[in-house]
Ligand binder design. Structure first.
Ligand code: HEC
Ligand code: HEC
Length: 378
């Protein structure tokens, strides 16, 4: 196979922020921000298209270091199908002081598959089919037409995630067709049941993260007063400082991780520990932070802590969503400021906990200390 040189991706970004004397246009621009990818041999060819675009959580850190005002800043967004960036741990917003690439489950061998043969990981998993002419579908699995059930009432995948019903992000797997999975040294009898179980955990954890982001971002200006679609309507979504001064990068980062992963349907296979830690840390940050009282705008001493109940660990933050009456204000269809209960189903909560912690809710109840363990911790 043809040798393809190692790839460098430039994650530049252009957004809008508060105008100042030195920056009258209010431009937030990042140029020549290069990231060198590891050499994936012939699979280097896949990287440029599957590395994301405005991507890479570090863009948010670059903005932070530039002193950009997060109280008015365009959302930093990735692009769909960022498989290469996830496989090589290049795309997430990593929270300060946290570790992402070592721990139990870090070493899948997925990022090094095919380096010896020269094909590299992407080609090894995606193009090794029984019927050779199938290789250029690039699909290691065949998807079902059925979506995972996420919301029981009037919420569909498309409404909640902007993911179309044809996207593999929400689809169950019908069969595993890559011949590379069930080979010696890899898996024995890996089938759709096992992948569906992991995938349900992954997208359920994302459903939980989705709700926590909304509970911080998609609530009225004063969440403690009755929601009112004219006088107490949804907050601005270009302000990222609702948890206090200096918190903007972390809120934007949690939102970035969610937006990237819902459009990276393979992350739970490509780099499971990395995906788990990005989601876990994002939920932890959003659910355990208290709202800065200085943000109160009514001149009284009320603290607009919302949700009113602060959490202390991710497992409880997930379970909180199975009974909460807290609501968010969202645009549903063409109607803005619609009240939506921030509820997830028990099934979602349990599969999310199982995927993130590797343990069931019952065993977590028996060992409260486990609730504070990050994915991959011993
Ligand atoms: C020139 C850019 C480009 C390159 C190079 C590229 N892809 Fe893609 N790939 C895309 C785009 C764009 C899509 C989305 C197509 C769509 O949504 O219809 C896609 C979709 C896919 C899908 C989803 C297919 C489906 O039907 O759901 C897989 C899997 C995939 N690519 C794997 C790979 C692999 C593996 C490589 C390297 C061998 C690769 N791609 C190289 C641009 C590229
Ligand atoms: C260990 C095997 C493995 C490796 C290595 C791997 N993938 Fe994947 N990839 C998968 C599986 C399995 C899925 C399907 C996940 C799903 O849809 O639930 C997937 C999904 C995807 C998707 C999303 C489309 C879809 O059908 O879900 C893209 C795009 C993709 N991979 C690109 C890449 C690229 C680019 C590389 C190399 C940088 C790569 N993959 C390396 C196994 C692998």
């Amino acid at each position: 196979m043809r040798a393809i040189p190692q790839v460098t991706i430039f994650y530049n970004y252009s957004g809008k922020t508060v105008a100042s004397a030195g920056n009258p246009g209010g431009h937030a621009k990042i140029q020549n921000n290069s990231v060198v990818f590891p050499d994936l041999k012939s699979s280097n060819v896949c990287i440029p298209c599957h590395a994301g675009r405005g991507g890479s959580g570090p863009v948010i850190t670059v903005y932070k270091n530039m002193g950009v005002d997060f109280s008015e800043l365009t959302e930093v967004r990735n692009h769909d199908f960022t498989g290469a960036a996830l496989l090589t741990s290049k795309s997430g917003y990593e929270f300060a002081g946290k570790e992402y690439v070592s721990g139990v489950g870090a070493n899948t061998g997925h990022d090094t598959a095919g380096l010896v043969s020269g094909k590299g990981p992407c080609i090894t998993c995606h193009m090794n089919k029984t019927v050779k002419s199938d290789s250029h579908t690039f699909k290691p699995v065949i998807h079902d037409t059925a979506q995972f059930t996420l919301y029981t009432s009037n919420r569909t995948w498309a409404q909640v995630y902007s993911v179309s019903s044809a996207s593999p992000a929400s689809l169950k797997i019908a069969s595993v067709t890559s011949q590379s999975c069930n080979t010696s040294g890899c898996h024995i009898n890996l089938d759709n049941t096992e992948l569906n179980s992991d995938k349900e955990g992954y997208i359920s954890a994302l459903a939980v993260l989705n709700k926590w982001i909304r509970l911080v971002r998609y609530v009225p200006t004063n969440p403690l007063l009755p929601f009112n679609s004219t006088s107490n309507k949804a907050r601005s979504t270009t302000n990222w400082t609702y948890l206090g001064t200096g918190t903007g990068p972390d809120l934007m980062g949690a939102n970035f991780n969610h937006a990237t992963l819902i459009n990276e349907p393979g992350a739970y296979v490509h780099n499971p520990l990395y995906a788990k830690r990005l989601i876990y840390d994002s939920i932890y940050y959003l659910s355990t932070s208290t709202t800065n009282p200085a943000l109160n705008t009514d001149g009284l001493s009320n603290t607009y802590q919302y949700p009113a109940v602060q959490q202390f660990n991710v497992a409880d933050a997930i379970y909180f969503l199975t009974t909460t009456t807290d609501r968010t204000l969202e645009t549903v269809g063409a109607t803005s400021n619609v009240e939506v209960r921030a509820l997830v189903t028990k099934q979602q909560a349990e599969t999310a906990i199982k995927w993130l912690y590797g343990k069931t809710k019952a065993s977590l109840d028996l060992a409260p200390a486990d609730k504070l363990k990050r994915p991959g911790d011993i």
